[in-house]
Design a protein around this ligand. Structure first.
Ligand SMILES: [Zn+2]
Length: 118
């Protein structure tokens, strides 16, 4: 977060907006918590744990909306509904035999898109 959500003024590291004086400590805490939940969700997804990822993303979205989190949740929901995630099926269904490099590349892909969109 680099702009005040109230006046759009630029923020420094202070938990108070220099422009409108708004106390943003709670907003910052909420934002950090939502980011934390999102990264946990991405880790769960990379492990093929889509139900856990869904719960984490729902919590993150309840704290702070972001279009990327919404997209992630829709993706996870689709995986959970179909129970056969299109391009993740091999990770989901054969966790014991799956080549771990596939998980790593998946995690990298999801994380890089997470950084771009959040
Ligand atoms: Zn402000």
């Amino acid at each position: 977060m680099d702009r005040c959500p109230i006046c759009r003024g630029r923020l420094d590291t202070e938990a108070q907006c220099q422009r409108c004086g708004a106390d943003l400590s709670l907003v910052i805490q909420t934002h950090n918590k939502a980011e934390d939940l999102s990264s946990q969700a991405i880790k769960q997804m990379a492990d093929g744990k889509f139900i856990q990822a869904q719960h984490l993303l729902e919590q993150a979205l309840a704290l702070e909306h972001s279009p990327f989190r919404q997209q992630l949740l829709e993706f996870v929901l689709q995986c959970n509904i179909n129970n056969t995630p299109a391009h993740l099926s091999e990770i989901y269904h054969s966790q014991t035999t799956v080549d771990s490099t596939k998980k790593v590349s998946l995690l990298k892909r999801i994380s890089s898109s997470f950084r771009t969109h959040s």
